[in-house]
Design a protein. Structure first.
Length: 156
């Protein structure tokens, strides 16, 4: 009986350790809760990449097409920064205009999954290299611009 209890304790500790080491995506700093952007984007998009969200752009090379134009189902990859140290990934739900899309993503607001979130291209060249994201807690577009790599296109 004691052996089973020890085995169960080690199992719980391993799960907790795994949760603590997952890449975080919250726009307000690291959030290592149960809802993470990368596993959510992987599940929703079918793009089977792993690791820190910011690494997805480079991991996709040779496996998925990449673009600087959004498509429904593509994954927008945010660069790592002091604000989002592990980067962030969002799945494009809908194209609204040439410079505005809606995304589904997890953990932009810590611990939440959000759908139909407005994102706008604020890059000088219109190449989606810099974006602003809707910030639900205040009900408006965020003031801060975030650097992105571009879009990983969904598998066909």
């Amino acid at each position: 009986m004691e052996r089973q209890e020890n085995h169960a304790r080690w199992g719980v500790m391993a799960v907790l350790l795994a949760c603590l080491t997952l890449g975080a995506c919250s726009s307000v700093g690291s959030y290592h809760g149960p809802v993470q952007c990368a596993p959510y984007a992987r599940q929703v998009s079918g793009i089977n990449l792993r690791g820190r969200a910011a690494s997805w752009w480079w991991e996709a090379r040779g496996h998925y097409q990449r673009s600087h134009r959004p498509q429904p189902g593509s994954v927008l990859v945010f660069r790592a920064s002091s604000r989002i140290p592990d980067g962030h990934v969002s799945v494009v739900r809908r194209i609204r205009t040439k410079r505005r899309i809606e995304v589904d993503h997890a953990n932009w607001v810590g611990g939440r999954i959000e759908h139909g979130v407005p994102v706008e291209d604020v890059s000088p060249r219109g190449d989606w290299s810099s974006v602003r994201v809707w910030w639900a807690p205040v009900g408006s577009m965020g003031r801060r611009a975030y650097a992105t790599y571009g879009f990983i296109l969904p598998p066909h």
